[in-house]
Ligand binder design. Structure first.
Ligand code: AMP
Ligand code: MG
Length: 332
């Protein structure tokens, strides 16, 4: 188990933005990097990652202390939707909440800028995924300052230091969340300009992909360099020891998915959620309930059909090393 955790930590380390480092996205991160892997290796690795996530998510859902927030950022066609679909394919939908953030509504603009994101935070035991996140507030809002005008800020809050202030506010907000049991992890899917061009053309060429493309996407592409600058500054200012950024190479979808699964798995392994142990009193209640259920066995049926089929499983005689992973909440 520890070896598995160490391998995952090594795998994602080159993607992590060291807190305090000055990032130049184009210089420091290659959208085509694939850690020497081949697409064929990717199939097995993703399957292993998805299984690992399922195991840890079940454990997370069973406890009531920690929650996880995964923020996903990317330019259009960066692969956010597909990454979420694949990475979360094995987990229990009841424990995961995905929220997408679009152009803010009138009601949203009538609140402080973090309000709508706060409404979508995970509860304890949950994984929340932000498909776009509060980081749009220093990305699209910065690249198109007319968005800031619509936010109805007081005069003194609109000055040139607004972006630095937002970095600080978001860092502090994430620190607050972390201190209170909610781990925050952030992924930028890093796409090259040429790969975006290819994916846009695919969306135009294939009728069933047309809905995914709009003329606005092509217009937004003209601001490519502005976005790269905004990304670099955002990464430099907001990768913190408590809520790090990972820059995931996104030109190969299969590799981006493995990386994202590994980052989320690493986060969960770090939390190491445990199935709650029941106290002695509750255990006595369970044993009493068992005796009652056993007495209800119809004639010819085993007293405890489950224990009969799984002779080693009969709980209530606790062994020294806790219960095995995979056992459910509430079992004695
Ligand atoms: P999509 O993710 O393709 O459905 O598009 C959502 C759109 O909403 C993108 O063009 C984003 O740039 C835009 N958007 C997301 N958040 C904000 C925001 N805070 N202010 C302005 N536009 C935003
Ligand atoms: Mg779009």
């Amino acid at each position: 188990m520890d070896e598995r955790a160490a391998r995952i930590a090594d795998f994602i380390e080159p993607l992590r933005v060291a807190p305090g480092s000055a990032v130049d996205l184009a210089r420091d991160f290659d959208p085509r990097y694939k850690a020497g892997l081949k697409k064929q290796d990717g199939v097995d690795l993703l399957r292993a990652g998805v299984a690992l996530l399922a195991e840890y998510q079940e454990r997370l859902a069973a406890q009531n202390t920690y929650g996880v927030l995964l923020c996903l950022q990317a330019l259009d066609a960066g692969g956010k939707d597909g990454t979420i679909r694949h990475v979360m394919s094995g987990v229990n939908p009841q424990g995961v909440k995905v929220s997408s953030f679009k152009v803010p509504s009138t009601e949203e603009l009538d609140h402080d800028y973090l309000w709508r994101y706060a409404l979508r935070l995970p509860s304890r035991g949950e994984i929340a995924i932000f498909n776009r996140s509060h980081y749009e507030e220093v990305l699209v809002v910065r690249v198109h300052p007319e968005n800031l005008v619509r936010q109805k800020l007081p005069e003194r809050a609109r000055g040139k230091n607004v972006w630095k202030r937002r970095y600080r506010e978001m860092n502090e907000w994430e620190r607050y969340l972390t201190d209170n049991g909610f781990t925050v992890v952030k992924v930028l899917l890093n796409l090259s300009k040429e790969e975006q061009r290819t994916r846009f053309l695919k969306r135009i060429d294939l009728p069933e992909k047309n809905w995914k493309f709009s003329a606005a996407d092509a217009r937004e592409r003209r601001y490519w360099d502005d976005y790269q600058r905004a990304f670099s500054e955002m990464l430099s200012a907001t990768s913190t020891p408590w809520a790090p950024w990972y820059v995931v190479p996104a030109d190969r979808k299969w590799f981006a998915r493995i990386c994202t699964a590994a980052i989320l798995a690493h986060t969960l392994m770090d939390i190491d959620p445990r199935y709650p142990e029941v106290g002695e009193e509750a255990r006595q209640d369970l044993l009493a309930a068992r005796r009652e259920l056993e007495q209800e066995a119809p004639s010819g049926a085993a007293a405890d059909p489950y224990a009969e089929r799984h002779p080693s499983a009969k709980g209530g005689r606790r062994s020294g090393h806790g219960r095995p992973a995979g056992e459910k909440r509430g079992r004695g």
